[in-house]
Write a protein that binds this ligand. Structure first.
Ligand code: NAD
Length: 245
């Protein structure tokens, strides 16, 4: 078993992913900007018998990301699995988005995925390989009004996945992407009417129920694990049959 690092692990889906990777037997470094949330994730991992290292890091800070990887290697061993999951999703009409807000979205959802992948690769190459899983979003397919910056970074996550898979395969590093549909997390609070949004989602999904974080985490676990040893450069849609590809 190896060391996994999950970003945004204080949020709902990141926490589910961290818990699943821990139950797969990996030591998990759980990284988030919110100390209380990430400490709670670490507590839950330890409660189920796992090993967790909570890291309070702002992913807009490249030096802090590198520091987090160095600390993880020191305390848990070199990173063999990276899950780039953290994201911000401010909602605003495209024509009103201040450049500073756009820069912030790109910094967390795109630039940090890049920096973390570089830091992880530096630890994976000497150990003979690893797995990177980038989290995209169903919105990259059909777009979404008032979320243009977010949507564009999610398309970038899928494209980065393919570019890195191509380049890192010779080092036995697999890079895949998971594209979630609509999971009932904090992310949904951007929709003003929860009941209406719930109906909207179920109308579009083939499965007439909401997805659970564990169902997303199971796919991440598969892609990060030995059963996916010949899978790289792929994007897996986990959306209850909303967008089908
Ligand atoms: N929930 C959904 O329906 C849904 C749908 C499609 C895609 N996704 C994707 O799934 C992933 C997880 O989403 P979620 O629903 O759990 O959202 P969430 O908001 O609960 O979790 C995101 C986490 O990222 C952290 N984060 C934000 N900015 C950060 C920064 N600067 N530094 C460090 N951490 C930071 C937040 O603190 C939060 O804990 C995201 O990539 C999101 O785009 C979610």
């Amino acid at each position: 078993m190896t060391t996994a690092l999950v970003t945004g692990a204080g949020g709902a889906l990141g926490r589910s992913i961290a818990l699943r990777l821990a139950s797969d037997g990996h030591a998990v470094a759980v990284l988030d900007i919110t100390a209380a949330a990430v400490e709670e994730t670490a507590r839950l991992v330890e409660k189920q018998g796992g090993t967790a290292l909570p890291l309070t890091v702002d992913l807009r800070d490249a030096t802090a990301i590198d520091g987090a990887f160095a600390r993880t290697a020191e305390e848990l061993g070199p990173v063999g699995i990276l899950v780039n999951n953290a994201a911000v999703y401010p909602s605003r009409p495209f024509r009103e988005v201040p450049l500073a807000e756009y820069d912030d979205v790109v910094a967390v959802n795109q630039r940090a995925y890049w920096i973390a992948a570089q830091a992880a690769t530096a630890q994976m190459v000497p150990t003979g390989g690893g797995a990177i899983v980038n989290i995209a979003s169903i919105t990259m397919h059909g777009g979404w009004a008032d979320l243009a910056a977010y949507v564009s970074t999610k398309g970038a996550a899928a494209a980065l996945t393919r570019a890195l898979a191509r380049e890192l395969g010779p080092h036995e590093i697999r890079v895949n992407c998971v594209s979630p549909g609509a999971f009932p997390t904090d992310a949904e609070k951007i929709h003003p009417d929860p009941e209406e949004y719930h109906r909207f989602v179920l109308e579009r999904q083939s499965l007439k129920r909401r997805g659970r974080g564990e169902e997303l985490a199971a796919v991440v676990s598969f892609l990060a694990g030995p059963d996916a040893s010949f899978v790289t450069g792929q994007t897996v849609e986990v959306n209850g049959g909303w967008v089908m590809s």
